[in-house]
Design a protein around this ligand. Structure first.
Ligand code: NDP
Length: 483
């Protein structure tokens, strides 16, 4: 069994309570590591270390911070193979996905924010001949970063890189379900010369360790990515304490297909936007809305290609669908397939657990699933399933498509397929979502604002938005003349 430890003040430490729980390899359904079961004592120790490191780190020149964060990015690249395999084992995702997306994106996050902070500037406001105002953008102090299990290192670094670049010190908690790559990152940070106490990682359960971070009076801001219910719980604790909050929450994203689209590109991208990472990406298009005139053709082709996807253990180079992250999550997804049936849905392909042979017989594998025949208001089309399950529905007009697309509590992203430029702009404007992709999906420029509306969250990450979140603006007004 591997052993994960907390990383506090630059050293690896046991949890104060001395207890651990299991980290399960979802591809085999077997524990393979021990995770610290940390509590508020560990969090208090981490906050103290972060407070101690704050004056030094925030006082460093941005060139220094840039150099260290860029070095972390380089070391992530150099350790790509080890990190990708660790991510695949911990999460169940195909190794080739971790190699191509998760780990390169983790280094890109560090490199991007190492550079962005060099370009980050504040405003000044000149009042005629009377005064000049300038805005200082100062780091907040100790900030808390809490991330989910679906893209473990990718989303963890998406938070801690801007927080550190802006001069804050961090207490972070990765998901208890996938803590391994965050643990490996600690060695990289040390090698890169990140000073002790600047980044502290405390492992444990969300309701215990996570809440202790949110509650701690010296933690000035919380950047959270995860489920909407958890986001509401965190907001209820942090808001009365007037902490800054960034909440990136769930989605139930529409993928709208008009008959005039580039069909082949749409189909191959829809395969990815439906089932990449076993459908466990907050941006996956889980409701596919197809214009009536091409509905039958789409259905035929989509079902055929989905049924041919290769489900295999994640380290198999041919694997297209790996394991979902945990047994509990697998059961949750299967319960939604059952619910869809009860709501009158027809399962066109998939819908079951797949049992693999040999060492992977106890792994959590699900067949990619397509369901039709449901109306927009049923629970299957309203609630986030977060697995390899999509529904398909047809529409007759643009107005109808928009109404269906906008009628869930969520508003994270939307995808739109059409070659009609006017319609593309018109529809994008009316979609209630923080991100709209037209004729593409998951095409990311790290400078762009990232986040959702409605129950999908509050605030934006990405680019200068993240650096603004992790700094406090202070206006300084200097009078030098009379009105
Ligand atoms: P959760 O909300 O269950 O957990 C997210 C993180 O919060 C975990 O580290 C978790 O710890 C921790 N946590 C749980 N409860 C608390 C609490 N009371 N106080 C503080 N921290 C807590 O989400 P999942 O990990 O299940 O991730 C899936 C969800 O994330 C989906 O809804 C998905 O849509 C969303 N997501 C959103 C994205 C976006 O950018 N909008 C991107 C990716 C995912 P523990 O694991 O120990 O419970």
């Amino acid at each position: 069994m591997k052993q994960i430890l907390n990383f506090i003040g630059g050293t690896w430490v046991e949890p104060a309570g001395g207890t651990y729980f299991d980290d399960v390899n979802p591809a085999k359904g077997q524990p393979y590591a021990h995770i610290p079961d940390s509590d508020n004592r560990d969090v208090a120790q981490a906050v103290e270390a972060a407070q101690g490191a704050f004056p030094g780190w925030s006082g460093r020149s941005i060139h220094d911070r840039h150099r260290i964060l860029a070095r972390i990015a380089d070391l992530i690249d150099q350790n790509l193979e080890e990190l990708a395999e660790a991510e695949s084992v911990d999460n169940g995702k195909p190794l080739k996905l971790a190699r191509k997306i998760d780990i390169p994106r983790a280094s890109a996050n560090f490199r991007f924010f190492a550079t962005a902070v060099m370009q980050f500037a504040s405003e000044s406001h000149h009042m005629g001949n009377v005064a000049i105002n300038y805005t200082l953008r100062q780091p907040l102090g100790v900030v808390g970063c809490i991330s989910p299990w679906n893209l473990p290192l990718y989303l963890f670094t998406w938070k801690i890189a801007p927080a550190l670049a802006a001069g804050n010190t961090v207490v972070a908690k990765p998901s208890e379900i996938t803590p391994m790559t965050a643990h490996l990152l600690t060695g990289i940070c040390q090698e890169a010369g990140l000073p002790d106490g600047v980044l502290n990682i405390v492992h444990g359960y969300g309701h215990k360790t996570g809440e202790a971070i949110v509650e701690h009076p010296e933690v000035k801001a919380i950047s959270f990515t995860g489920g909407t219910k958890t986001g509401a719980r965190i907001a209820s604790i942090a808001a009365p304490k007037f902490k800054k909050l960034s909440l990136e929450l769930g989605g139930k994203n529409p993928n709208i297909v008009f008959a005039d689209c580039d069909y082949d590109t749409m189909l191959s991208t829809t395969m990815r936007s439906s089932f990449a990472n076993q459908g466990q990406i907050c941006l996956c298009g889980s409701r596919i809305l197809v214009e009536e005139s091409i509905y039958e053709k789409f259905k035929h082709d989509f079902v055929e290609r989905t049924a041919a996807l290769r489900i295999a253990q994640p380290l198999d180079p041919q694997s297209q669908i790996g394991a979902v992250v945990s047994e509990a999550h697998m059961e949750k997804i299967l319960s939604y397939v059952q619910l869809a049936r009860e709501e009158g849905g027809r399962v066109l392909t998939g819908g079951k657990r797949r049992i693999l042979e040999g060492a992977h017989a106890h792994g959590f594998y699900l067949e990619p699933t397509i369901i039709e025949g449901l109306d927009q208001q049923c629970r299957t089309n309203q609630e986030e399933i977060f697995g390899p399950v999509v529904t398909i529905q047809s529409f007759k007009t643009e107005e109808e498509a928009l109404k269906m697309a906008n009628s869930t509590p969520y508003g994270l992203s939307a995808t739109l397929w059409t070659e009609n430029l006017t319609r593309a702009h018109r529809t994008a404007e009316q979609l209630k979502a923080g991100i709209v992709w037209i004729n593409c999906w998951l095409l990311r420029d790290l400078r762009t604002p990232f986040g959702g509306v409605k129950a999908s969250g509050v605030g934006r990450e990405g680019g200068f938005e993240a650096l603004r979140f992790f700094t406090e603006p202070k206006n300084v007004c200097i009078k030098y003349g009379d009105a």
